[in-house]
Ligand binder design. Structure first.
Ligand code: NAD
Ligand code: DAU
Length: 352
């Protein structure tokens, strides 16, 4: 009966991971370790909160003593490490928190595992990371697991540092780690500062849809449940010390994503799609904005047989439906802090 610590389980991907696997893996005990920052929302895990194999612990992973005490108490067999400051724009306006949570926080977890795990057998530290560590692509090519790191933002620099720390603990101490680097996720329970939920909610409310630059930057999109399945496959079947790239093989320019969201919102509500598209407003670009990300996912497909199940069309339809069906969740996250962030990030961007 493995004991599993999931850090950041009240955030977007961590909550989807728990909601997906706590009911399926009843022979495992899950402990959700989360600081509950602005991005952490207990309502995201409400449907499993009373499960017999689930517990919650409010802990800041940047607090080494608190992490050590928790791990000595729980004595986890596996760790799935999702917790991080995750929003690129916030990292540009305030980088420090990103290095505390993402770098020091990761090192504190690694240290706790190093002290607890006397052998590698039966253990895994799964580090959830991003394609942004590889930097920016031009029009051609894709990142592989051996592409050199070249991060652009304070967020991606902090994630790159944490990836290096995780691999160093494997090489130096033999800690059984697996690293996955994934492209842009979308789906239920995503905090509406990110492109997809922000555009869905603004379109529903007839508000402007702020597109950075001319909307030409390209991202690769993956439905969050497909990411969760890939993480479980890599953690349980990947070799210790290995890295896997994860992605949807679904490259889209941002403006095309926003248009697709307008169409999905129109389909879900009966609104006029052309009127929704007219809400697009081009605003000042993100400093250091990476032009394009694309993932070569041949390794995880060949070694672990993982494939995404959702297409962008089916995944977006499910995502829009979730936001329409969960107005209480939306109201709960759009607090005063959220309104302050929207004001801070968007009021300084000149409309062209
Ligand atoms: P999120 O911002 O939605 O959630 C982050 C969670 O971590 C929140 O619950 C927050 O309270 C918690 N947290 C933050 N700092 C903490 C700390 N110091 N101690 C304890 N808990 C803390 O993030 P997300 O989008 O779910 O991303 C999860 C992970 O996946 C991150 O490591 C991110 O880098 C990575 N990732 C995200 C994407 C994406 O598209 N969202 C893609 C690839 C990788
Ligand atoms: O690639 C994986 C990464 O994807 C994760 O590691 C990050 O945690 C996650 O936040 C995400 O980063 P992005 O910067 O790509 O996501 P974001 O939703 O902020 O922006 C997606 C694209 O849309 C990006 O090119 C910037 C643009 N954008 C974003 C916002 C919020 C806009 O044009 N307008 C906006 O209002």
């Amino acid at each position: 009966m493995p004991k599993i610590v999931v850090t950041g389980g009240c955030g977007f991907i961590g909550s989807n991971f728990l909601v997906r696997f706590v009911p399926k893996m009843t022979d495992s005990t899950f402990v959700n370790v989360d600081k509950l920052t602005y991005a952490g929302n207990p309502a995201s895990v409400a449907e499993i909160a009373n499960a017999l194999n689930y517990e919650f612990a409010r802990v800041d992973i940047a607090d080494a003593e608190a992490v050590r005490a928790l791990f000595d108490d729980v004595r986890p067999d596996w760790v799935f490490h999702f917790a991080a400051e995750s929003h690129v724009d916030r990292s540009i306006l305030g980088p420090r928190e990103f290095f505390l949570s993402n770098v020091i926080g990761t090192v504190n977890l690694l240290e706790a595992c190093r002290h607890l795990w006397k052998t590698a057998d039966g253990h895994v530290f799964h580090h959830v990371s991003t394609d942004e560590v590889y930097g920016s692509l031009g029009a051609e090519g894709a990142f592989t697991e051996t592409t050199p790191y070249d991060p652009s933002s304070p967020y991606s620099a902090s994630k790159a540092a944490s990836d290096h720390a995780v691999r160093a603990y494997h090489r130096t101490y033999g800690l059984p780690v697996v690293v996955t680097n994934c492209s842009n996720n979308y789906g239920p329970r995503q905090f509406p500062e990110k492109l997809v939920p922000l555009m869905i909610l603004n379109a529903l409310e007839g508000k402007p849809l702020p597109v950075y630059g001319r909307g030409a930057n390209v991202r690769d999109w993956l439905y969050v449940e497909d990411h969760c399945d890939a993480i479980l496959a890599a953690a349980t079947r990947g070799a210790p010390g290995s890295t896997y790239n994860i992605g949807g093989s679904c490259e889209l320019a941002n403006l095309d994503v926003v248009h697709a969201i307008c169409d999905a919102v129109a389909e879900g509500t009966g609104k006029d799609p052309a009127a929704l598209r007219r809400l697009v407003t081009f605003v000042a670009d993100r400093p250091g904005h990476d032009f394009r990300y694309a993932m070569d996912t041949a390794k995880i497909r060949a070694e672990l047989g993982w494939e995404p199940r959702e297409t962008f069309a089916t995944g977006m339809k499910r995502t829009v439906r979730w936001y329409l069906d969960n107005p209480a969740w939306v109201d709960g996250v759009r607090t005063g802090e959220y309104r302050k962030w929207m004001e801070t990030n968007y009021s300084g961007r000149t409309t062209r």
